[in-house]
Design a protein around this ligand. Structure first.
Ligand SMILES: NC(=O)c1ccc[n+]([C@@H]2O[C@H](COP(=O)([O-])OP(=O)(O)OC[C@H]3O[C@@H](n4cnc5c(N)ncnc54)[C@H](OP(=O)(O)O)[C@@H]3O)[C@@H](O)[C@H]2O)c1
Length: 324
């Protein structure tokens, strides 16, 4: 038997229970991993609350790192003892051991720790597609990222700065503002106190931004659209404050012939080749020290509920991990 978190109903953090489950067996093309660290993501909260429907009982968790214990039939690229990391949709991560399809697994470079990997697979690969695919950031671009001191935010700030952008961010406290400033952001706005549209106008001398990455959702919409230059790109990729309300497509014309997209990571990683390209580019920037993975919260697996509460109540910064 192994320990795992299970939820039997949707609800608050208290629905996350630590239970004993059968040790999973890897089927064909699958790999059994002993997990050394597990990443926590806002999407785990969406699953727990029922915003994203899941079938019950459910174990949240989409990213982690560990050691291969056993491989199923037909697995050629991995063997017991390999250090590996993954990000997957569909949960299953909050567990001492888990199986992952080998197609979704990558070898971990020796210089990347389990904690770093667990804290960056989903968030770092998300940053990769946001900056390199959804809108390809170029030197001289000005970008706005909402919730800059978060898990994705600190990775994106450093990477975007390296790409030559002027990086503007928002954060909800002085402490978070200082942290974001130390991780790539050129300008930080306290969006709980200041009007961020006016501040962006001042910072850019009225030109506004080429792209806005917004994962806060309800509370920053539609003001995020007002931070864009004409024909700018609005990337709505999350909803930590609530879902963006339905709007008329004509709004994009009124706000300056804007583009808008609502992407998710897994649509950018549909092939093995895409996963390998993305992981290689992410590991490159981490190994070169361009992007530092800031693991600011660590919890035991049994404390998953507390970890959810802290993430959901804006008490965290950087990346949060669970240690089995
Ligand atoms: N679409 C995708 O492919 C994809 C992939 C990964 C992540 N995401 C999204 O990216 C976002 C960031 O994920 P993360 O795991 O790195 O989380 P995070 O940014 O570390 O945490 C969310 C942050 O949002 C801010 N926030 C503003 N209003 C909030 C509210 N009402 N309730 C809670 N938080 C609020 C808080 O920062 P302040 O205190 O500074 O306001 C909070 O710390 C999430 O929305 C997630 O769903 C999307």
């Amino acid at each position: 038997m192994v320990k795992a978190i299970r939820m039997f109903t949707t609800g608050g953090p208290e629905v996350l229970q630590l239970v004993d489950v059968e040790t999973p067996k890897p089927g064909p093309s699958e790999v059994l991993i002993e997990q050394k660290a597990i990443g926590l993501n806002f999407v785990d909260i969406y699953a727990r609350t029922g915003l994203y429907p899941v079938s019950l009982p459910f174990t949240p968790g989409g990213e982690g790192a560990g050691i291969v214990l056993e491989t199923g039939e037909g697995v050629e690229n991995f063997k017991p003892g390999d250090r590996v990391a993954y990000c997957v949709s569909g949960g299953g991560g909050y567990s001492e051991q888990r199986v992952v399809n080998a197609a979704r697994l990558v070898q971990l470079p020796a210089s990347v720790s389990f904690e770093q990997a667990a804290g960056m697979m989903l968030k770092g690969l998300t940053t990769w597609y946001l900056l390199r695919r959804t809108y390809r950031v170029q030197p001289g671009d000005t970008i706005l990222y909402q919730a800059a001191a978060g898990g994705v935010g600190l990775i994106l700030g450093q990477w975007a700065k390296h790409l030559g952008a002027t990086v503007i961010g928002t954060a909800g406290s002085e402490e978070k503002m200082a942290l974001a400033k130390a991780h790539g952001f050129d300008h930080i706005i306290n969006y709980r106190e200041d009007n961020f549209v006016e501040r962006v106008r001042d910072i850019t001398g009225g030109r506004m931004c080429d792209v806005v990455y917004d994962s806060v959702g309800k509370d920053t919409f539609p003001a995020s659209l007002d931070c864009l230059r004409p024909i700018g790109v609005f990337v709505s990729f999350g909803q930590s404050s609530g879902v963006v309300p339905p709007f008329s497509i004509n709004l994009l014309q009124q706000k300056g012939s804007l583009f808008a997209t609502r992407p998710i990571l897994f649509h950018y990683l549909t092939t093995r080749e895409a996963l390998e390209t993305a992981a290689r580019e992410l590991f490159d920037v981490v190994e070169q020290g361009i992007v530092k993975i800031v693991v600011n919260q660590r919890y035991r697996l049994a404390e998953a509920g507390q970890a959810h509460d802290d993430l959901g109540q804006r008490r965290t910064s950087g990346t949060t991990i669970l240690i089995p």
